[in-house]
Ligand binder design. Structure first.
Ligand SMILES: NC(=O)c1ccc[n+]([C@@H]2O[C@H](COP(=O)([O-])OP(=O)(O)OC[C@H]3O[C@@H](n4cnc5c(N)ncnc54)[C@H](O)[C@@H]3O)[C@@H](O)[C@H]2O)c1
Length: 264
């Protein structure tokens, strides 16, 4: 493993790029700089042109990009058929997908008002998708692999307004642990971890009521007096994808200026 290019020769799947502010895009840049070849998705026609343009201008005109909507088994199957036309193995996969509808109680207001359909949809997109994508990618991880999912601290303690997304993240983190136990026992082990990012200004984050005020809280309370940068998330994801983290699985790694350790 070269220290300069720790992911040289590795192939990665990056899910969750919507635009240049997406955490997935920041992590993809780090993986690319570390020497990896990447395959991307976009979610549906609305994002198609923008994501293809962004990804191919940044990572090369022949960078593979394919539609993937995690609510559909057909779409997942089609995406991995596409992946198989581009590579015979995958070494790492980033899950950076989350959604909660802007319905009563979901991302603001009373938690007790969350409707059943909204709950089911959010858990399906934000949490179950890790199971479905891990199952689909596992046969391609012929040399073992590293899967990582983006999560947030609201899974552990109440963060006002995170409501339904907090429940989805708690489920996501538990899915990651059980997947780590299951897939780690293969002859070629697959590791599964979560990166718990402090607040970052992105499209998804803006959906949470009062999100921008969170930066001030992190400045006041976290040991490092700030949240995190995209480059720091990229460096953590590169470490998790690299052989240097070979014994690390089932963990939630906080990249949040240390906010997680603070009691009050
Ligand atoms: N921004 C933050 O402050 C923050 C903090 C911690 C964790 N996260 C997590 O990071 C991840 C990435 O979010 P982001 O902040 O970069 O926002 P983003 O809006 O850029 O990314 C969210 C992605 O989810 C995708 N997505 C939603 N529904 C989908 C579906 N049905 N099928 C396929 N893809 C779907 C969107 O297309 C989009 O690319 C999310 O899991 C989010 O919860 C974000």
């Amino acid at each position: 493993m070269s220290l300069e290019k720790p992911l040289e020769g590795k192939v990665g799947i990056v899910t969750g790029v919507a635009n240049k502010r997406s955490i997935a895009f920041g992590i993809a840049k780090a993986w690319h700089e570390a020497g990896a070849q990447l395959i991307f998705n976009y979610q549906g026609e609305r994002l198609k042109d923008g994501v293809i343009k962004l990804v191919q201008e940044t990572f090369g005109a022949d960078t593979p990009v394919c539609d993937l909507d995690v609510t559909s088994d057909e779409s997942i199957a089609h995406f991995f058929e596409f992946v198989r036309t581009k590579t015979d193995h995958v070494d790492m996969m980033l899950h950076a997908i989350a959604f909660a509808p802007k319905m009563e109680g979901c991302l603001e207001g009373h938690f007790a008002d969350i409707p059943r359909d909204a709950f089911n949809l959010s858990l399906q997109v934000s949490s179950y998708s890790l199971i479905a994508l891990s199952r689909a990618v596992a046969p391609l991880m012929v040399n073992g692999g590293s899967i990582m999912a983006m999560t947030y601290y609201a899974s552990q303690k109440v963060v006002p307004n995170y409501n339904l997304m907090a429940v989805s993240k708690a489920a996501l983190e538990t899915c990651a642990k059980y997947l780590a136990f299951d897939l780690g026992r293969r002859e070629k082990p697959i590791r599964v971890n979560c990166i718990s990012a402090g607040p970052v200004q992105t499209l998804a984050a803006r959906g949470v009521s009062g999100f921008t005020g969170m930066f001030k809280v992190y400045e006041e309370r976290s040991p490092l007096q700030r949240s995190c940068t995209m480059e720091e998330l990229g460096a953590t994801a590169t470490f998790l994808a690299s052989d240097g983290s070979a014994s690390l699985t089932g963990q939630v790694i906080y990249v949040d200026g240390g906010y997680e350790i603070v009691g009050m």
